[in-house]
Design a protein around this ligand. Structure first.
Ligand SMILES: NC(=O)c1ccc[n+]([C@@H]2O[C@H](COP(=O)([O-])OP(=O)(O)OC[C@H]3O[C@@H](n4cnc5c(N)ncnc54)[C@H](OP(=O)(O)O)[C@@H]3O)[C@@H](O)[C@H]2O)c1
Length: 293
């Protein structure tokens, strides 16, 4: 089946927290007039917890009422299982490629914050826990963005890849070395991807189009954003607030912010992100923080 002027949105970590909020923000943005993205829109939710995913599929449908402008499907995938990652993603992307979507957006959001604790004590813990963290936060994230780019960049009119980053990608936080290192690696990977794809766009069709047209195309055809959502009230910050090996200052910050309801509502951060994407004024490959928007 082929559907022109349509959009595909893939969100990982969509069972709860920021990923769930992104799915709902998209439903909100796309049910307004004029619609934010070319219709119809197909939203694909990915995480491990199928029950929560199905509940979010129901929520998005509820937001859209009887309208069929947004269809939503979900896939229960453990992205940290690198042995099956390629096959699982292929199974999801191959049927989607048949649709010739005009606009393809990926929210590369799934992540975990552990292991936590003093870096000097890391080797006292489990190397499997370290490997699992890198598998999910770094390897799977890079693989996913690359597969998305391969699958959709040659056919879609516009591709957007959003790496959900963190202040931890650009600033060291004591006792969070593994998380900081993973976020930093993800940012650089996506910055390089942006640079390479801008170069490719520059080379496209330059025999028949003017330099200005080519420049516009390079700016708009394929863009990547590293978006730091701010400290949000999610399960991830529950883990930080409950962690007894976290740096004392950070622990105080997360416990008191939770208690005083001072953390950012994920819906607020997701809403800002969607606005940022729709305005399309950010520089591809840049790191943009919730507090900068
Ligand atoms: N919360 C914050 O303050 C904050 C700040 C900066 C950046 N971030 C980033 O924002 C992103 C989302 O975090 P969050 O706060 O929303 O965390 P969260 O509430 O813990 O949600 C994490 C999401 O990732 C999914 N996930 C975890 N492990 C997975 C796996 N192995 N395979 C597939 N999916 C997996 C979880 O779903 P399942 O458990 O169902 O698999 C869940 O949907 C992360 O990349 C995080 O680093 C968060």
């Amino acid at each position: 089946m082929s559907s022109n002027h349509s959009s595909l949105i893939v969100i990982t970590g969509a069972s709860r927290g920021i990923g769930r909020a992104i799915a709902i923000s998209i439903a909100n943005a796309c049910t307004k007039e004029p619609t934010a993205l070319p219709m119809p829109i197909h939203v694909v939710l990915i995480a491990r917890d199928e029950q929560l995913l199905l509940e979010n599929v129901r929520l998005v449908r509820e937001k859209c009422g009887e309208s069929t402008i947004i269809t939503t499907t979900c896939h229960a995938v453990d992205l940290s299982d690198l042995n099956s990652l390629s096959t699982r993603l292929n199974d999801i992307f191959e049927p989607l490629k048949q649709h010739d979507y005009d606009h393809c957006w990926l929210f590369n959001n799934a992540g975990s914050v552990e292991p936590l604790g003093p870096t000097t004590l890391l080797a006292n813990g489990s190397i499997d826990e370290l490997r699992r963290s890198i598998d999910l936060n770094v390897t799977a994230s890079m693989w996913l963005s690359s597969m998305f780019a391969i699958s959709f960049s040659s056919t879609a009119r516009s591709v957007r890849i959003v790496n959900i980053s963190s202040l931890c990608a650009i600033e060291p936080f004591a006792t969070m070395a593994v998380y900081c290192a993973g976020k930093s690696a993800r940012d650089m990977f996506h910055a390089v991807l942006a640079k390479e794809m801008a170069g490719k766009d520059d080379q496209k069709d330059n025999s028949t189009t003017t330099d200005v047209e080519n420049e516009q195309k390079a700016r708009s055809a394929f863009k990547v954003l590293n978006y730091a959502p701010g400290a949000c009230d999610t399960t991830m910050t529950d883990v930080l607030a409950d962690c007894t090996t976290l740096d004392a200052g950070l622990h105080d910050y997360f416990t008191s912010s939770k208690k005083e309801c001072k953390l950012i509502d994920p819906a607020d951060s997701a809403g800002k992100l969607i606005e940022l994407l729709l305005k399309d004024e950010y520089v591809s490959g840049s790191h943009v923080d919730y507090w900068d928007v």
